[in-house]
Structure formats: C-alpha cells, structure tokens
Design a protein around this ligand. Structure first.
Ligand SMILES: *Cc1c(COP(=O)(O)O)cnc(C)c1O
Length: 360
C-alpha cells in the first residue's frame, strides 16, 4: 500500500489515523457485530456516535448553548436555497461576491427575494477580498452572506464584514475547523464536510436558535426547514450516518492535536512554506493579494498553460496528486487542509524547485 500526497480541493485528504481506525472498526463496531453503515440510526450505538460528535464539535468551536448543530445532507449547495427559504422574512438579503460559490448562492437566493450584491471582487478575477468595513448594508436585509474561504480562488476573509447589526451567514466549507472561530459573530455557519472534515454527503449547519422558526417561506419543504431537523436532533429521517461517524473521528483527532489554536498554528506553518517559495520563485507565482491569502487553498501559475499542464503531470508521477487548478481558473491549486501533513507541503515545494530548475 502506498498513499500519495493528495492536494485535492474536495473531497480531500483525511487523517490517516482516522482511516485506520475506521478500517479496524469496519466489520464489528465496538462489539455490535456490524459496521456503522449497517446499524439503525435509532440504535444506542449510533445515538452515542452522533451525540459525541456534536459535543466534540461544540467543544472545539466553543459553540454557545443558544446555537443548534445540525448534521444535514444535500451538500453546501442545498444551503444556497435553505438559507433564503428559512431566513428571508423580508425577502431581502445582501451578498458579498468573492467567488463562484458566493455567486451561485446569490443566484439561488434570487429565486426567493431581492438580492443586493453589496460588494464584489469579480473585477480582478476574485483575487482579493473587498473592503467590507463600511458597506451599503440594506436597512431591510434579513442577513448578510459571505463565503468565508474561497476554495477556487484561494482568498479568505481575515476580518468579518461589518454587517451593521444584520445577521451574518457564512459558508465555511473550505476553512471549517482550520482555526479558532467566534461563533457569536454569526447567525449561521455552515459547510460541506468533504473539504476539511469528512466524507462527502454531510453538511454541518450551526445556527442561532432565534433564526429557527416555523415562519419560513410558503412552500418550503419539511426537509428544507431548519426547525424540522433542530427539533429532531438531526434524526428526522435517516441521517448520513457513516459520514457523521467519520466526522466524529476527525473531531477527536483535532482535539488530540490540541484543538483549533493548534490547527491554526500548523496550518500557518504549512502555508508559509509554500507562500514563501512562491514569493521568491522565478517560475511560479501566486495569484492572490498577499493579505487575503487562504491557509487552505493555494492557487499558483507559471503563466504558460503548457508548462502548467506539464507540471501537473510530472507532479502526479512524483506522488503529488490533484494539483490542477479549478477548471474556471486554470493553473495549479494546492489544497493543504488540516489533514495534509507538513511533510506533504515540503515535498511539493521541493518538487517545484526541481521543476523550476529544469524548466527555466
Ligand atoms: C465545495 C464548496 C461548495 C459546494 O459544496 P457541495 O457540497 O458540493 O454542494 C460550496 N461552497 C464552498 C466554499 C465550497 O468549497
């Protein structure tokens, strides 16, 4: 068996310890004589899995008691609709457009109400985060929406926008649990777990209780109403049980690493190796304004599409996989999530140095 360094943006690398544990428990989970994917979601064993997972997430993020944690399905993309359906009481919302995911979310919200795009960085191919200290937030906006880490473009909000008292809703799919977070600054934090936490198929929604109401838009399906899942503790219907189990293991793994402060330190150390190299390279160049750089997704280019393709191909042969940039951007992108070891980033930079010498 040999594992590669997997720089995929998602689904992405998971901690090896977690995969080994899951493998060991595959045929007989803790004496139940069955695997977690074969057991009833109403069983005692699964109840313990989901309650422990929620508690560990609460501990990691310091989630206050007046927030619910929901384990849902439908991916981050389903939240693009669920958020307006549940939150758009006035049928108005403000969106900050920092990439494709925010753009898609805004477009979906438009089906339900008026969407004001109060800031955008599209003028420079989303290579920066706009100044959000004094935006024209709409007086009647139900919420202000951001995509906190832009997976495709490699930018991250280092400071949250000034929402002028409005509820902040954030898609954190690609920066979930990568650093400490002050949950009280948000009304809703959500993310698909397949970037930084677990297997595709689970989306976690952390939502302040006062935003969970029966007063949703007419026609909102039961399954797309937050209250349904909050009241049923994420067990209204069969949840993505195996995925939740793996997420729970990743939460334990992060705790064992020292929690979110330790994750941040590790992530900064890893990202620095790559950014420092990019800043002095004569062949490769980062595409993002330095102050807005993501710790998780690092896009870079040579400026020559043929050379980029050659790089991706040769890197794969050297055991460095999934470095091709997003199809809408081109070039390369290294996603260096929590589970990417420091050694993986060093191996990438060593390979880039060698490639630079050979191709300059
Ligand atoms: C991947 C991603 C999405 C889409 O996630 P799905 O689970 O595939 O719907 C949305 N937002 C961000 C920031 C992402 O990285």
């Amino acid at each position: 068996m040999s594992r590669v360094y997997n720089f995929s943006a998602g689904p992405a690398v998971l901690p090896e310890e977690v995969l080994k544990e899951a493998a060991a428990e595959m045929l007989d989970y803790k004496g139940t004589g069955m695997s977690v994917m074969e057991m009833s979601h109403r069983s005692k064993a699964f109840e313990e899995i989901i309650t422990t997972a929620e508690q560990d997430l609460r501990d990691l993020m310091g989630i206050p008691d007046n927030y619910k944690v929901l384990f849902l399905q439908g991916g981050a993309s389903q939240q693009f609709a669920m958020i307006p359906m549940n939150l758009m009481k006035n049928r108005v919302a403000d969106y900050i457009i920092t990439g494709q995911w925010a753009k898609k979310a805004a477009k979906e919200a438009e089906k339900y109400g008026k969407v004001n795009r109060i800031a955008s960085s599209e003028d420079k191919t989303f290579s920066y985060i706009p100044d959000c200290s004094d935006l024209p937030v709409s007086g009647d906006a139900d919420y202000v929406y951001i995509c906190e880490n832009n997976t495709i473009y490699g930018t991250k909000f280092k400071e949250l926008p000034n929402t002028k008292g409005k509820t902040l809703v954030a898609d954190v799919s690609s920066c979930f649990l990568s650093e400490p977070v002050d949950v009280t600054k948000y009304g809703v934090i959500y993310g698909g777990v397949q970037k930084n936490i677990g297997p595709a198929g689970v989306v976690i929604v952390i939502i302040r209780e006062d935003l969970i109401t029966e007063d949703v838009l007419p026609g909102t399906p039961t399954m797309l109403t937050y209250k349904t899942h909050a009241d049923a503790k994420s067990l209204y219907n069969t949840p993505p049980a195996y995925g939740i189990y793996i997420c729970g293991k990743v939460f334990k793994w992060i705790k064992a690493q020292g929690g979110l402060a330790a994750m941040k330190e590790r992530n900064e150390k890893k990202a620095k190796v790559l950014y420092d190299f990019l800043d002095q390279s004569r062949l490769f160049k980062g595409t993002v304004v330095p102050k807005d750089r993501s710790l998780m997704n690092v896009p870079f280019v040579t400026g020559n599409a043929d050379l980029d393709a050659k790089f991706v191909k040769e890197a794969k042969e050297a055991g460095l996989e999934n470095l091709k940039g997003h199809r809408t951007v081109g070039g390369m992108r290294a996603s260096i999530y929590n589970a990417m070891p420091y050694e993986g980033v060093v191996a990438l930079v060593d390979f880039m140095k060698k490639f630079e010498e050979e191709n300059l």
